[in-house]
Write a protein that binds this ligand. Structure first.
Ligand code: XIL
Length: 462
């Protein structure tokens, strides 16, 4: 802490010296400025972070690099659901706190990762569904965010909730089956618990602007911003490899999300083979976007990587700097400082979303409700998501009726009670989504075999 404060003062002095008398520069140039990833990023108003594994904090080769180079830390596994709530309502923060304390006592900040995720759930949660799971995950979000309140720079509130491939839709998971609004419910709970932390949605394969998954997340963030759901940032994991390579439209992706009014952060960067040019491009792309807060690499040495066989990081197994390190440092040092404030009116995204616009819900009549449906059809089966919107007075229960074409059979539904499974099929609200305020919406879904065709749902208040 002490030497960092001193080096910052030296930077300030050097700046003043440069202005007052250029000749003095050589004498006042600070030793630390521009020579480490964290210091160089800080000069550009950014951070440079790494994932940290708690059990490695006793490895001095590891902590030497950590403490020297980085000013942001993410717990690689220690803040995940299985680590923080191994038994329901019995929270365990020891290893997470070890990392938080290591970081904060040395002037580094902390990204929280992650409050809600389909993976690395404790077994008690894996077996849950419906209202019980919805309550459990919101309790988890509330408890963990409250515990670390004031200590977290930004939280990955929800991790990896979108599907890979061309659907652009949500990933199926036990959390998703509690209702499509589970993500916004998690963000609202996180905001209430720690109003000072930035709240991020975090995912992989959302780097390429033309990919359906990128557009799906973009549309969700746009929707959240338009409805006042508390979201502050999007995290791009950016695990680049031959299946998911860095592409030159990455900068367009970052700036398009930023134009929605959120910050963007590169949260888990690693690049197969660690090509110096690609690392340089990523840094340049972040620096080109005023709302790109910083970059986190997913580990320090190649041997620390979850994909160590790809040698994707900035330091080799012996802790020596690789060419990619030099490229990153040089790019940080040559970037311009974003002294101009971000524009107050946000420009539209550079390219229009390639995916279809979301279905428009017809305006409901007085004391009424309406329903709209989107269908994801594949050969032999489909998933339908239905949005129920209240009219000008609140709903206290609803029923949606859908006429299925012959050959289409519903196999399961979520967030609604179903009667019938073919032909005229009724879906009734469950306990937690029957009350819908005037003009507001809730969603349910169902899965089936056969071909859904064009479905026309009708909604009736209960
Ligand atoms: C990885 C960790 O690096 C591994 O140690 C663990 O076994 C699995 O998870 N996306 C994420 C991270 O959000 O949490 C994952 O971390 C990597 C992919």
């Amino acid at each position: 802490m002490r030497w960092r404060a001193a080096s910052r003062a030296a930077v300030a002095l050097a700046g003043a010296g440069t202005l007052a008398a250029g000749m003095a520069l050589v004498l006042t140039a600070p030793a630390a400025a521009g020579t480490t990833l964290g210091a160089s990023a800080a000069e550009k108003g950014r951070y440079f972070g790494t994932a940290v594994a708690g059990f490695k904090l006793s490895d001095s080769a590891y902590t030497t690099i950590l403490n020297r180079e980085f000013n942001m830390v993410t717990a690689e596994n220690e803040m995940k659901i299985d680590a923080t709530e191994p038994q329901q309502n019995r929270f365990s923060y020891g290893s997470a706190e070890q990392i938080v304390n290591h970081a904060r006592s040395r002037g580094m900040q902390v990204r929280g990762h992650t409050l809600a995720w389909h993976a690395q759930q404790p077994s008690w949660m894996q077996g849950m569904s419906g209202t019980a799971l919805r309550q459990a995950i919101l309790n988890h979000v509330t408890q963990v965010a409250t515990h670390f309140r004031g200590q977290i720079y930004s939280w990955d509130v929800v991790n990896e909730a979108f599907a890979d491939g061309n659907s652009g839709g949500r990933r199926d998971s036990n959390l998703q089956r509690t209702g499509n609004d589970w993500i916004e419910a998690a963000f609202r709970a996180a905001r209430a618990a720690d109003p000072g932390a930035k709240l991020c949605y975090n995912d992989y394969n959302i780097d390429n602007w033309t990919w359906a998954k990128t557009q799906g997340v973009y549309n969700m963030v746009r929707d959240f911003k338009s409805r006042g759901v508390p979201i502050d940032c999007v995290g791009f994991q950016s695990h680049f490899n031959s299946d998911s390579p860095y592409v030159s439209n990455y900068r367009t992706t970052l700036s398009s999300f930023a134009a929605l009014g959120v910050d963007v952060q590169i949260t888990e960067l690693d690049i197969e083979g660690a090509p110096a040019n690609t690392y340089r491009s990523v840094v340049e792309d972040c620096l080109a976007v005023a709302r790109c807060n910083g970059i986190t690499v997913w580990g320090i040495r190649d041997s620390d990587s979850w994909r160590s066989y790809q040698s994707p990081l900035l330091f080799n197994n012996s802790g020596q700097k690789k060419p990619a390190y030099d490229a990153v440092l040089a790019a940080l040092n040559s970037g311009t400082n974003p002294t101009t404030p971000p524009p107050t009116t946000t420009p539209p995204p550079t390219t229009p979303p390639p995916s279809d616009p979301p279905p428009t819900t017809p305006p409901p009549g007085q004391g009424d409700c309406s329903a709209s449906v989107t269908v994801n059809q594949w050969n032999g089966g489909f998933v339908a998501n239905v949005r129920v919107t209240a009219g000008s007075s609140a709903l206290n229960g609803w029923t949606v009726t859908i006429d299925l074409p012959s050959g289409a059979t519903v196999t399961n539904a979520w967030s609604a009670d179903r009667s019938g499974n073919s032909g005229t099929t009724n879906f009734r609200n469950v306990s937690y989504n029957g009350q819908v305020a005037a003009g507001q919406s809730t969603e349910f879904g169902f899965q089936g075999t056969g071909t859904a065709g064009t479905l026309t749902p009708t909604c009736a208040p209960a």
